[in-house]
Design a protein around this ligand. Sequence first.
Ligand SMILES: Nc1ncnc2c1ncn2[C@@H]1O[C@H](COP(=O)(O)OP(=O)(O)OP(=O)(O)O)[C@@H](O)[C@H]1O
Length: 374
Amino acid sequence: MYLERVLCRNFRNFKELMLDLNPNLNIFLGANGQGKTNFLESIYLMATANSHRSSISSEMINWQQNKSLVQLLLRRREGKIKLAMRLEKNNKQVEINDNPLDKVKELFGYLNAVLFSPEDLKLIKEGPSHRREFIDLEISQVSPYYNHLLSKYDHLLSQRNKLLKSIREGKSKNREMLPVWDEQLATIGTKIILKRIEVINKLKILARLSQRKITEGRENLELEYDTSLNHFSPKMGEAELRNLFIDSLISKRDQEISRGYTVIGPHRDDIILRVNEMNLRKYGSQGQQRTAALALKLAELEFMKSETGEYPVLLLDDVFSELDGLRRKALINIIADKIQTIITATDGENLSGLKNNSYNVYQVKKGRIKKRVN
Ligand SMILES: Nc1ncnc2c1ncn2[C@@H]1O[C@H](COP(=O)(O)OP(=O)(O)OP(=O)(O)O)[C@@H](O)[C@H]1O
């Protein structure tokens, strides 16, 4: 799939921007603070229904305005699709081919995109929430049903947490209601865990291959789903896992009531990353961590291709200059002509290896973008 055209109206520092993109490579050059990341944000927003930088829509609206529009023309194998998002202070509205959708989350699955930015090191180095977000966004882009499960789970979790707090505050009669919530949380939570494990099993093969390629066979990357449920075995079927989930909730009853929140479930799970059997987060060098972040992104591209039949759009935010020769080569090899890539950089110095394909270069300055004559 590829983007033909991007329109931003009063989005961040773009007043009125309309750009036609190259189906292969698009290079956006500009000094710091000119709007390069803003441009990528406008695209990623349409893939994930959310900004990767801010959860507050109003921050994306140009400071001097009170509403904003992002519109994309996307070409998929089955034809052209027009996606639009209208942002107002407390409201987001999305449209597909000019038809409004009921929920913003229904945008998932039209545009698939993989974003790689310096922030991605957090995926390896920081807490489990970054890895949960990674896997959830990835699955949601190819499975709107999974996204629906996540929303349902979040709702159940917040209701159950309210109940736990009310019991802690002395409304002990509410304790009798807990088993009903346990059942519902376990039903949805089990489906989420099983889907994550299924996807991690695919990703781990792809990420392992990428890591070996980048390191010329020196490093083996392993991914393992780490669940908060005691006595979990990856061989468990849905019914067995659901029972285990309920038993685990019962065994944590007193702890949950005293804390006032749910202590086990997919919202507490993690993905463990190992290189050559060593925990990457705790002991990996900066270089190994960077390589693994790249390997995961490359795996993500291949995973989406295998799920949807088409490569997603690849967004590279100022990462090229930070990659060494081998990592750069691995990235160039995979992009080569088959993935629409939108890349930002402060200067074009390190990008020469990429330009074997057909490409456009754009200059970004103070919220304006101009296509350069190659
Ligand atoms: N809502 C907004 N309205 C107007 N301008 C905004 C808004 N949000 C951010 N900006 C401006 O956008 C600019 C930042 O743009 P962006 O983050 O895209 O920079 P960049 O070109 O990627 O720079 P760098 O190379 O430093 O990452 C800043 O000058 C900021 O003041």
